[in-house]
Design a binder for this molecule. Structure first.
Ligand code: NAI
Ligand SMILES: N[C@@H](CC=O)C(=O)O
Ligand code: NA
Length: 427
């Protein structure tokens, strides 16, 4: 058998521990699949506490940058996290020292991915990041390799398990947002900064990485339109269900006539669709190509085993000699796409609280008509107070037209509370 592939692992938390565990338990399997032994040479973490896996056989480095530069490693495995600081410094040091890099760090790549891809290309190294997007789901591989013959039409997904957990608990157990959030916190689901999860930032990082591969563009996280789940109410979850929809924190990236649209926001999807059926902390990514049609990938987006599985898959690819550009094309071929927003028309869900007087609904219908918006379905609910809850599902329209109509509702004098408008993504 040929020389081993030698790993230096920076970070021994959930993911790092999982990587060590797989290397130790699947020694022969990995060697056979990689065509050479997979060995851990050195590790680094903030403290030398017990991690539940034997580490004595490995050299220890307090400093991840020193680990990245060691002569006796071939691949630097970065599983510390953080968009800057040691993760960035050590990744740069590894590339400069001629090491390949495997990382689970979506924040780092969403912000510095282009520069790091340039650095990798300059030194002839590769950066692999399957674990960074939808954890154990091999979506980077699917897009970069399996679908390489397609023009990608659209990439969609539920890519933050914590948010999907919160939304499904609200839906199934009737919890308020705050109650479901507290439950997710108690289960240890939330990132150290929960805003990364519930603000849609973590999922936005993942979407930006997928979009770069799918559309051959530079990673453009600042132009991902982010809206978190903090404003989703139990009322909307119930009313949407009544109209046949589920609310999901959905990422959508699409190349439009006006540029690249990247959105991460609460959307309605049909409750019978694969996305609508997705429960708990599971992730789902939907890829659409001109030749292949639609592909749906579902699985664990986080956790020790699933995330480490993705890291090891990347290590094996490197051991086998598979050397692909970071985003599927040489950096010079990646375009800076113009950013577009709300370029693709869609049906919308509109929840209104109207004064219960003759003609109120007619005034709303008139304003919608004046904005060129046609009503598909409408429902008014019985009520005990003076405001009548009204739900409208529109035919396809633009967000611009909808915002115009909503602004015009003010002059009707029949709207009791700010209207809620949520896009219905056609999946
Ligand atoms: N936990 C999960 O399910 C998933 C995590 N990821 C990503 O994987 C990476 C690691 O995540 P976790 O394992 O959950 O984090 P964690 O917080 O459990 O572990 C982080 C590890 O990095 C070490 N570390 C942090 N700063 C360091 C420094 N300056 N020097 C040396 N060691 C340092 C810590 O001591 C710890 O061992 C992050 O980028 C995260 O976003 C990606 C997908 C899923
Ligand atoms: N916080 C993320 C886990 C890692 O990507 C999630 O909840 O999905
Ligand atoms: Na993945």
């Amino acid at each position: 058998m040929t020389d081993p592939i030698r790993l230096g692992i920076a970070g021994l938390g959930t993911v790092g521990r999982g990587v060590v565990r797989i290397v130790q338990t699947h020694r022969d399997l990995l060697a056979s699949r990689a065509g050479r032994p997979v060995e851990i040479v050195a590790v680094s973490a903030r403290s030398r506490k017990d991690r539940g896996v034997p580490l004595d056989a490995y050299a220890w480095e307090d400093d991840p940058v020193a680990l990245a530069r060691r002569d006796d490693i071939d691949v630097f495995v970065e599983v510390m996290g953080g968009a800057a600081g040691p993760a960035k410094d050590a990744t740069e040091a590894a590339l400069a020292a001629g090491k390949d890099v495997v990382t689970a760090n979506k924040a780092l790549l969403a912000i510095h991915g282009h520069a790091l891809a340039e650095a990798a290309e300059a030194t002839g190294r590769v950066i692999r990041f399957e674990a960074a997007v939808a954890g154990g789901i091999p979506v980077i591989k699917a897009l970069t390799e399996g679908l390489a013959g397609n023009e990608i039409r659209r990439v969609m997904g539920v890519m933050n398990g914590t948010c999907n957990y919160i939304l499904t608990r609200m839906e199934n157990a009737g919890l308020t947002y705050d109650e479901a959030f507290a439950e997710a916190d108690g289960l240890g689901y939330l990132e150290a900064d929960p805003e990364l999860d519930v603000g849609g930032i973590d999922a936005g990082h993942k979407l930006a990485l997928l979009a770069a591969i799918a559309f051959g563009t530079r990673v453009d996280f600042p132009n991902v339109r982010l809206e978190g789940i903090g404003s989703v109410t139990i009322e909307d979850i119930r009313q949407a269900a009544d109209m046949g929809y589920k609310i999901k924190l959905l990422g959508v990236a699409q190349m439009t006539g006006r540029g690249l649209e990247q959105r991460m926001s609460p959307c309605l999807v049909p409750d019978t669709s694969p996305l609508g059926q997705l429960q708990g902390g599971t992730n789902m990514v939907v890829l659409e190509g001109d030749a292949v049609g639609q592909i749906v990938l579902r699985g664990a987006g986080a956790g020790e085993g699933p995330t480490a599985s993705a890291v090891i898959g990347d290590v094996i690819d490197i051991a086998r000699g598979l050397r692909l550009p970071t985003f599927g094309q040489p950096v010079g071929a990646l375009r800076q796409a113009r950013a577009a927003y709300a370029a693709v028309p869609a049906p919308y869900y509109l929840r209104l609280s109207l004064v219960d007087k003759p003609g109120a609904l007619a005034k709303i219908a008139q304003r919608l008509g004046e904005a060129g918006i046609s009503i598909d379905r409408m429902r008014q609910y019985g009520h005990e107070d003076t405001a009548a809850p009204v739900l409208i599902v529109t035919h396809r329209t633009t967000r611009l037209a909808l915002d115009e109509a909503i602004a015009a509702f003010d002059s009707t004098g029949v709207v009791e509370a700010p209207p809620v408008a949520i896009r219905i993504e056609e999946v």
